[in-house]
Ligand binder design. Structure first.
Ligand code: ADP
Length: 498
């Protein structure tokens, strides 16, 4: 598919020069001198060349982060000063919205209109929101009772201190936004960071690195080391001088990271995969539910950890919903993300394309029928058709495993008492959707569903103010909201004998 609209001048400038690592406030080659290419997934052609960091670079970056934490100006800034810098990052993101959206489109594939409407403003808002927390990280005052010291009096209080040097490893589906989710709270709490973007999509994080320096983030506070998972990522997760690792990605790699982190028992937070149920009752506004189910699976090519990939529809509305959803899938304009008409882009990489098409083949073997889609799109680039699969049983692969593409499994249900069990019949527990006009039913089911986010008559609602994360094998801890701060803080009790 041809690029209908050429990239802007700023994007051309950024992609035409080889991009470097950010260590200690400087842009450097990798220690090995190696580089890797990143691709435009809509054409399969090379987009830019990037320095390839590995264990040596991670070590240098961790050293810089530790110096910035212990000796640099960062810890001496007042919380208000720190907060203002974090706020400025949000401003700079919006000032460069168009360029950042283009980088996102060219590196990841997503439509530019989507990046401009969602990824970029959500990233800015995350920094704005977190900026406010910098001045509100208060401890408490406690008058402790100590039974074995009768008559003794104490004044005690708690301090909340930055956990220290943080390693952050992020995925390729929302490259800028995931960097924001990670960096915002780390900076607000006064930590220092080594960030490893995904090898498929390092560009927007590297551009963000320039904006962080422009905003006044001191040298060494944020270091960015693009590279591969098994080298740079593993070195960061295992590093003895890293106090915490925060990871977003697959459950498989999340488990590896949790194991690697045991060397120095660094703190670990994980935001992992999902296989989220979206449930439509007959008493719902069915047209709204159809639109919500379509958005729940097709948004961002289905490359969303919280995608509503298991659709449960009350029996008497099943045919109508499947037909409506299939019509919605058919009408989606698939193309190059820079084309303003495009509603869905390609998958991010050859590997991801192979993975999604393999699931389509398995579905066919196991007897799942595509009412729409079911195959790749002919031509260049890693495009897959929006797909609705029916004749799906609970033990089928496409019902159990995360596909991470525009593929939904639709199933009818009749037994209301068994519904929560069906919805919870997964190793994952990231998100869910419930569509009904019956308020009592919605709240009761929301309580029973084991997931970090339950939407009612909505889907894919993300906000800096809302905690996001998973039950079960969808992760440890929460991103965003006040809740994420605990990932980046240690609590200290100080006790004074009076
Ligand atoms: P996906 O399978 O969807 O590409 P991954 O979980 O493999 O997602 O990747 C998410 C992030 O984790 C990327 O930045 C990747 O480089 C990194 N990663 C992959 N493998 C490892 C590993 N063994 N250790 C640390 N990080 C890794």
């Amino acid at each position: 598919m041809a690029v209908a609209v050429p990239m802007g001048e700023a994007t051309r400038r950024f992609t035409s020069a080889p991009r470097k690592l950010l260590i200690d406030g400087e842009w450097r080659e990798s220690a090995s001198g190696k580089t890797f290419d990143t691709y435009d997934p809509a054409t399969g052609t090379v987009l830019a060349s990037v320095a390839e960091g590995d264990a040596q670079d991670v070590d240098l970056a961790v050293g810089a982060a530790r110096r910035a934490l212990e000796d640099g100006p960062w810890a001496r800034l007042t919380p208000s000063e720190r907060g203002r810098i974090v706020h400025r990052v949000g401003d700079l993101i919006m000032e460069h919205a168009d360029e950042l959206a283009e980088l996102e489109t060219l590196d990841n594939g997503k439509p530019k209109a989507v990046a401009l409407a969602a990824d970029v403003p959500l990233a800015a808002d995350l920094f704005w929101y977190m900026a406010g927390w910098a001045t509100k990280l208060n401890g408490g005052t406690i008058s402790p009772s100590v039974p074995y010291m009768p008559g003794a009096e104490f004044h005690a209080y708690t301090l909340r201190e930055p956990v220290g040097v943080v390693g952050q490893i992020i995925p390729w589906n929302f490259p800028l936004l995931m960097a924001a989710w990670k960096l915002g709270p780390a900076l607000a709490t006064g930590c220092t960071v080594v960030l490893k973007p995904a090898e498929q999509t390092p560009l927007s994080a590297l551009r963000l690195g320039e904006l962080l320096l422009e905003a006044g983030v001191p040298a060494g506070v944020v270091n960015i080391v693009p590279g591969f998972g098994e080298t740079a990522g593993a070195a960061l997760a295992g590093h003895e001088r890293v106090d915490k690792v925060a990871f977003t990605g697959s459950t498989e790699v999340g488990k590896l990271i949790a194991r690697t982190a045991t060397g120095n028992l660094k703190r670990v937070s994980l935001e992992l995969g999902g296989k989220s149920p979206n449930i439509v009752f007959s008493d719902a506004d069915v047209d709204a539910a159809i639109a919500g189910a379509a958005q729940g699976i097709f948004f961002n090519q289905g490359e969303v950890c919280s995608a509503g990939s298991r659709l449960y529809v009350q029996e008497d509305q099943f045919d109508r919903v499947v037909e409506g959803l299939s019509d919605a899938a058919k009408s989606i304009r698939v193309g190059h993300g820079l084309d303003p008409e495009t509603e869905m882009g390609p998958l991010v990489s050859q590997e991801q394309f192979d993975r999604v098409t393999r699931y389509l083949a398995i579905g066919e073997q196991e007897g799942n029928r595509a009412t729409v889609g079911g195959a790749a799109v002919d031509g260049d680039g890693w495009f897959v058709q929006p797909t609705v699969l029916v004749d799906a049983e609970p033990d089928h692969t496409i019902v159990r495993e995360e596909i991470f593409g525009p593929v939904i499994a639709a199933m009818p249900f009749s037994d209301l008492d068994d519904l929560a069990r069906q919805a919870n019949d997964s190793h994952y527990g990231l998100a869910a959707g419930v569509w009904t006009r019956d308020i009592s039913k919605a709240h009761k089911l929301a309580k029973k569903i084991k997931a970090g986010t339950v939407h009612v008559n909505a889907y894919h609602v993300f906000s800096a103010e809302l905690p996001f994360g998973g039950y079960k094998q969808s992760g440890w801890g929460r991103e965003m909201g006040e809740e994420v701060l605990s990932n980046y803080l240690e609590t200290k009790s100080v006790i004074v004998g009076l």
